[in-house]
Design a protein around this ligand. Structure first.
Ligand SMILES: [Zn+2]
Length: 151
């Protein structure tokens, strides 16, 4: 890619600004009575529609769901095909642009194309663009396992 891969607000590539803003908006909807740590995600589908995601906590802890997975699971339930998405933006109140947790990385590897842009931001406007190939090298894939078993 010829575009810058990290920076601050003003030099975020224009094509991703609306998506980054949507992640900030989605963050306000987070249900986080335990951690008080709000995270927002915005997933861009193949038709240019943005799907919101926020973290949703639970008093039993393990049912807690992250913003990225909320957005992806919603879009799949709404009929979008895995690996059809154009990009996802994620934001939180972190010192550096927030990064998806390990569980979300595995879900992104399953449902998104290996080279799909992941726009990581924070509430201050710092950003970094990456891909799941960079975030989760060697991701487990049952599909790959099946394909290799057949060849
Ligand atoms: Zn996560």
């Amino acid at each position: 890619m010829n575009q810058p891969q990290a920076g601050h607000k003003d030099n975020l590539p224009p094509e991703w600004r609306a998506l980054a803003d949507a992640a900030l908006e989605a963050r306000k909807r987070a249900y986080v009575p335990y951690s008080n740590f709000q995270v927002g995600a915005a997933l861009l589908d193949e038709q240019g529609v943005i799907h919101f995601g926020c973290n949703v906590e639970n008093g039993a802890y393990s049912p807690t769901n992250c913003a990225e997975r909320t957005a992806l699971h919603r879009a799949i339930a709404d009929g979008h095909r895995p690996r059809s998405f154009r990009a996802i933006a994620v934001t939180g109140d972190t010192q550096q642009p927030i990064t998806p947790c390990g569980v979300c990385r595995q879900v992104i590897a399953e449902l998104c194309a290996p080279d799909m842009p992941i726009i990581m931001t924070n509430t201050k406007g710092d950003w970094r663009i990456t891909t799941i190939t960079e975030l989760l090298p060697g991701a487990f894939s049952l599909e790959d396992e099946r394909n290799q078993a057949q060849s």
